[in-house]
Design a protein around this ligand. Sequence first.
Ligand code: SAH
Length: 247
Amino acid sequence: MRRLPAAFLALVAAALLMGSTGMTSADEWAAPRRQMVAEIRAMMAEAAVETRRETLSERVAAAMERVPRHEFVPMARRHAAYDNRPLPIGHGQTISQPFIVALMTDLLELTPEARVLEVGTGSGYQAAVLSLLAKEVYSIEIVRPLGEEAARTLARLGYANVTTRIGDGYGGWPEAAPFDGIIVTAAAGHVPPALIAQLRPGGRLVIPVGDFSQELMAIEKKADGTLRERRIVPVAFVPFTREDERK
Ligand code: SAH
C-alpha cells in the first residue's frame, strides 16, 4: 500500500478529533454573530425615535459579539441561532429576539460593579450577556427543567458570576437585594411591587407590562426613592406565570 504523507494523516487525525469532541474550527459562528450585531445596530438606529436611544452601546455590542447564542438554543434550531428573531426553547417558552435582548440590556445601563437580577432565566442566554457586563447576576426561573438546563449550560460555558434558582420571580430575590438592575423577560399584568422594593436608589428595572398588548417599560428609582417611568416600545413576550397558577 502506498504510504500517505504525514501532513495528510495529521489533517485526518485533526478532523477526527474535532468531530469526536464536537469542536468546530476557530469559531464558525463568529461571522454570523457579527452579522447579528450589525442587524441589531441597524434596527436600533431605525427605532431611535421610539426608544430614544440613538445607538447600541459599545459594551453591550461587544458582549453580544461574544456570547455563543447557538449554545443556548435546542440542537434542531442551531442553524437559526444568529437570526434576529425569537426561537422556541421548549415548555412553550422562547429565547428572546436578539434586538430585544440588546435593547433591554442597554436600558439597564450596567456598570462593571453592578449586581443584576433577571426574572425568567429561560435558556440562560440573557443571563450570559448580563454576566459579561455586571459583577454578579442572579437569575430565577419558574419552569424547573428549563432553569436546570440553563444552569448547566452557563456552568459548562464558564459564566461563573451567574447564580440561578428555581422559583417564582414575583417576589424577586430578597437575600441578594438590593439590585442595580432588574430585568424581567416575561410579560406581567402589573409591575411586581417586590421588584421595585429590591431596586437600589439609582437602579433600573426593565420589564414588559400588559396582558394582551404589552409595552416595554424602563423604571428608574431615583436617589430620593421616587420613580421615573418610561414606555419604550410595544413588545410580545411570553406571559409571566405565578406558582399558584401552575398547580
Ligand atoms: N431570558 C430568557 C427568555 C426566557 S422567556 C432567555 O434568554 O432565554 C421567559 C421565561 O420566563 C420563561 O422561561 C418562563 O418560564 C419564565 N417565567 C415566567 N413567569 C415567571 C416567574 N413568575 N418567575 C420566574 N420565571 C418566570
